[in-house]
Ligand binder design. Structure first.
Ligand code: G3H
Ligand code: ZN
Length: 285
């Protein structure tokens, strides 16, 4: 199959109360593990790729791997730029063959965020490429913020409405207290804020970043409030790395990469399959 439509897949999730996972590809093993899991779970899937991962793999290798994965898959597969940093970088990814785009202009003031995001939408939509935008600050190194500091980073409902309506994006990633990487303490998602945004934008699929380490009940609640895309990377990275560490601890003489990357890949696949069941996307393709 050719790459699937980002919007179609997300709207089906929104309509039917499930979320599609975006799992980040960091190399060949990730790509294979994610798409094999999707095939076995009969789930649509989004291969996410950040600027850093593209730099690591090379943009042509990235697109080629994702294309082979999509063409051989029996389920919808999307290749999505994750946290696109600039208009120029988006152009590069569109030219290379990405099938959907995230532009992350969340560090700008609202007017500039809308302006840059709309510029990306105006480039992408005529090409049939759909766009995700971001509002507020999703934590990362800042996940030990105090409550007041954290509240100041959350997306504001009125601003969310303006960003969606004035830029024309197809999906919105509002900051609701999640963070990238390993959480310090229990993640506290701002469900009230998510509900307020949802009330203003009932037809817009919402995206939850920093999906690793969020308790299952919070994931289900987020989905019930309109989240139809959930991004996961760190849990897969940990699964791979822990597996390799265990193999090295048991056998210091191992040198064939297939002997540790193979089991590492299988560990990623298990995490992805579990997430697909949790997100409710299993059996939807
Ligand atoms: O954009 C990527 C994600 O938000 C992944 O977050 O590494 O915390 O799972 P995570
Ligand atoms: Zn993210």
């Amino acid at each position: 199959m050719a790459f699937a439509s980002f919007k179609e897949v997300l709207l089906d999730g929104l309509k039917n109360g499930y979320a599609v996972g975006q799992f980040n590809m960091n190399n060949l093993e990730f790509t294979q593990a994610i798409v094999e899991a999707a095939n076995e779970e009969k789930s649509p899937v989004i291969l996410g790729c950040s600027e850093g991962a593209i730099k690591y793999m090379g943009i042509d290798y990235t697109v080629a791997m994702a294309r082979v994965a999509a063409e051989t898959a029996k389920v919808p597969v999307i290749l999505h730029l994750d946290h696109g940093p600039s208009f120029e970088y988006v152009v590069k990814c569109v030219r290379a063959g990405f099938s959907s785009i995230m532009i992350d202009a969340s560090h700008y003031a609202l007017e500039q965020n809308i302006e840059l995001t709309k510029r990306v939408v105006d480039l992408c939509h005529p090409l049939g490429i759909e766009v995700e935008g971001e509002l507020g600050r999703i934590g990362g190194t800042e996940d030990d913020l105090t409550v007041d500091e954290r509240d100041a980073t959350l997306a504001l409902p009125e601003e969310a409405k303006r960003l969606v309506e004035e830029s024309g994006i197809d999906a919105l990633a509002p900051a609701i207290g999640s963070a990238h990487g390993v959480y310090v303490g229990k993640p506290e998602l701002a469900f009230g804020r998510l509900q307020e945004i949802r009330d203003l934008l009932p037809n817009t699929p919402m995206v939850l970043h920093g999906g690793s380490g969020i308790p299952d009940e919070d994931i289900r609640k987020a989905i019930s409030l309109g989240v139809s895309k959930i991004n996961v990377n760190t849990e897969n990275q940990i699964a791979l790395t822990n597996t390799i560490r265990e193999i090295f601890a048991k056998d210091a003489k191992v040198y064939d990469p297939r002997k540790y990357l193979g089991p590492g890949k299988a560990a990623i696949k298990e995490v992805v399959k579990e997430k697909m069941r949790l997100f409710g996307s299993s059996g939807r393709a």
